[in-house]
Design a protein around this ligand. Sequence first.
Ligand SMILES: *Cc1c(COP(=O)(O)O)cnc(C)c1O
Length: 466
Amino acid sequence: MPNTRRSIDSFGPGVVGLNPMFARPGEATELARFSIPDDESLPETAYQIVHDEVALDGNARLNLATFVGTWMDSHAEKLFAETFDKNLIDKDEYQATDVIETRCRTILADLWHAPEPRNAVGTSTIGSSEACMLGGLALKRRWQHARRSAGQSTDRPNLVMSSAVQVCWKKFCNYWDVEARTVPISEERRVLDGHDLRSYVDENTIGVVALLGVTYTGMYEPVEQIATALDDIQAATGWDIPIHVDGATGAFIAPFIQPDLVWDFRIGRVASINASGHKYGLVYPGLGWIVWRDQAALPDDLRFRVAYLGGDTPTVGLSFTRPGSHVLLQYYLFLRLGRDGFRRVQQATRDVAQYLSREIAAMPQFELWSDGSDIPVLTWHLRKGPSWNWNLYHLSDRLRMKGWKVPTYPMPEDLTDLTVQRIVVRNGLSRDLAGVFIADLHAEVAFLESLTVPITTLGQRPGFHH
Ligand SMILES: *Cc1c(COP(=O)(O)O)cnc(C)c1O
């Protein structure tokens, strides 16, 4: 796919020209674009400029690439409008919001089977990325404490994870000087499953990341099996290696539609779990969660107390000021949907994913890689064998012409020869709309199949896939 991103110069010269319809007498008709304009504009004018410019953004409804929620009901919007001025960190001023945040993470600790939900610790974050950084930091700090008290070196920590981790784990390792040890995925082992784990871990391993919902494919890693492998390693070596479950997507899916799957705090080795409130938590962008199993899992020296906003509450987090409204929206949804409502929403979403899987598997050009039976995400690739006059990047382009955004990307290291296409089904992609997509897919594949010579692959590059 050619690079479709606009450059910052693509809106023309360094000034914003005002449509004469909107210009008021005496008002400038050109405003500097890359420096702050010299003069004021009327609020109507400034509003119109920003409003018109963002109208060029894509149509979120047809974006099948992202996990992030883009729709909430009108009551949620009303609540948002009433509360977007609340600063979550100001726990003294906004005590009620603070109490609701605690309630939400206690609800999550309970949903994820913490032994004593009210004794679990955790926090909301700006997203799973921040939550993963905190989870990783707690693993690192616990390992450092244990090593130091045994008089051992803390020079070379490592973290073990699948090669198909979301980029936040590579960031964590890079930003906090931890070696990332990646276990490659392959045709036979599509997820990290504990196989051969012994050759990746050692006394410097701060933890293992298990993905409940692999970003690349939507598949669950078998957390219980990984824990058993670590039990065997502990029995043989004495190394007690904890697990952090990156449940960015699946931690809001599994408790509702796969309640018998054991992946959470029911497993003693699971120290912490994160999830994105703004993915299958169904809230607008800007909300993540992390919960530690108990007080001991989050070292005390990672908690801070600040007195300068009044009051004195311990906090953990990488950021400080954050909107409180998103947390209130999460609580609204817990009340509004309840366990059964969440189950029905997530089940409906997965039904659509499985419908799409069946339709795509039935097309002779494609082979499914994952079918949406874990989180509602499916991936497929071109059937191997025939030589095709087109590839999946061309198909992404064709679908884009009908408004659909369906990313094409190579699998991670050691499997980069395999290029896949992925659909993330979210609440809002109805069965009807999915039917329209399948009709469009058939039409575009038929067009590509009608070509008698190969199309150029010049300028193709992977689409967004995180
Ligand atoms: C999306 C995702 C993240 C990052 O989450 P944000 O909420 O976007 O910061 C981390 N891990 C996994 C598995 C994800 O799917």
